[in-house]
Design a protein around this ligand. Structure first.
Ligand code: ADP
Ligand code: MG
Length: 241
């Protein structure tokens, strides 16, 4: 059986002046995997995600998506969709327009956009909110809209940067379950950044534990939890041993 590699990160380095934010990162992500980047604040998770998205440039190294070298390719041409912690919705547009916007910009006909947006809105249980503005929604509902906007684009890869960290604990738990279900039904490759161990353990098909710009361990959640490679990983995952 041949394994399809959807994302290949090769010898990736990122410096800000003399600060080495990413140090020779290498990672291969198979099609359909849900990869969680886990580590303390400031360890370089967002930077790595931004580099995959094309929002930040590498100092050295290469990124491939779907077998194509995209190191110098614009974000809009990378076949990715990103969901941020801040919802980044257009405040003056309805939920429907927010979800339609990206597809309209690409010139997709309205006759195709409409049913697509409605289908994804139903999936996310926001179909009754399509005519509201973002300001008329709760935090959890806004985050669903942000996810819906990514879903309608049907990208090859989803990138999430701490999408739940603005939500309260109860809502976080239910959204966690829902993102997991979505991934199980769609099977789209995803990279998901969080500093929350429970989120990582729940969602990841494999997790990547980072510290100060370096990968410490890559593995299935139970592997990493039960067989941490060093004290840092053990401590960070809170396994008393
Ligand atoms: P994380 O997402 O894991 O919290 P980041 O990737 O945001 O970490 O940041 C990693 C490091 O890079 C931090 O030390 C941060 O201060 C630094 N950093 C991030 N962006 C910039 C920038 N534009 N200029 C300078 N330093 C930056
Ligand atoms: Mg971050």
């Amino acid at each position: 059986m041949t394994v399809m590699i959807d994302i290949r990160i090769s010898n990736c380095n990122k410096n800000y002046g003399s600060l080495r934010v990413l140090k020779d990162i290498n990672l291969e992500i198979e099609r359909g995997e849900f990869i969680v980047l886990l580590g303390p604040s400031g360890c370089g998770k967002s930077t790595l995600l931004h580099i995959v998205a094309g929002l930040d440039r590498l100092t050295s190294g290469a990124i491939e998506i779907g077998g194509r070298d995209v190191t110098d390719v614009e974000p809009k041409d990378r076949d990715i969709a990103m969901v941020f912690q801040s919802y980044a919705l257009y405040p003056t547009m309805s939920v429907r327009s927010n979800m339609e916007f990206g597809l309209r910009m690409r010139g997709k006909p309205m006759a195709e956009i409409r049913p697509l947006v409605e289908e994804k809105a139903r999936m996310l249980h926001i179909d009754h909110l399509l005519d509201r503005r973002p300001s008329q929604l709760s935090g959890g509902q806004r985050q669903r809209v942000a996810i819906g906007r990514a879903l309608v684009r049907d990208p090859r890869v989803f990138l999430f940067d701490e999408p739940l960290s603005n939500l309260d604990a109860k809502l976080r738990a239910s959204m966690r379950t829902e993102i997991k279900k979505l991934h199980q039904s769609l099977g789209t490759t995803a990279i998901y950044v969080t500093h929350d161990q429970l989120e990582a353990m729940t969602l990841a098909s494999r997790m990547v534990v980072m510290k100060a710009g370096e990968i410490q361990q890559v593995g299935k959640p139970e592997e990493v939890y039960h067989r941490p490679v060093n004290l840092f990983v053990a401590d960070f995952l809170g396994n008393p041993g």
